[in-house]
Design a binder for this molecule. Structure first.
Ligand code: SF4
Length: 66
């Protein structure tokens, strides 16, 4: 699984990086960005799904790995 953030949709609520700081971080404007290449290890898949659900802008997408 891989995470993608739609930067045009993100308005910087910060729920993603509050919920899953292993997977998301904030940029200089407080907008979310993925950590590293966005790959989600198996043990963090539930956290990635929580972040996707919690984003009020629906800016977080989960894609199959690869
Ligand atoms: S929760 Fe959504 S809107 Fe908020 S920072 Fe993360 S991606 Fe952006």
């Amino acid at each position: 699984m891989r995470i993608l953030i739609d930067a045009a949709a993100c308005t910087g609520h910060g729920r993603c990086y509050s919920l899953a700081p292993e997977l998301f971080e904030d940029d200089e404007q407080g907008h979310g960005r993925v950590v590293g290449d966005g790959s989600v290890p198996p043990e963090l898949q539930a956290a990635a799904q929580r972040a996707e659900t919690a984003c009020p802008e629906r800016a977080v997408s989960l894609l199959p790995a690869g």
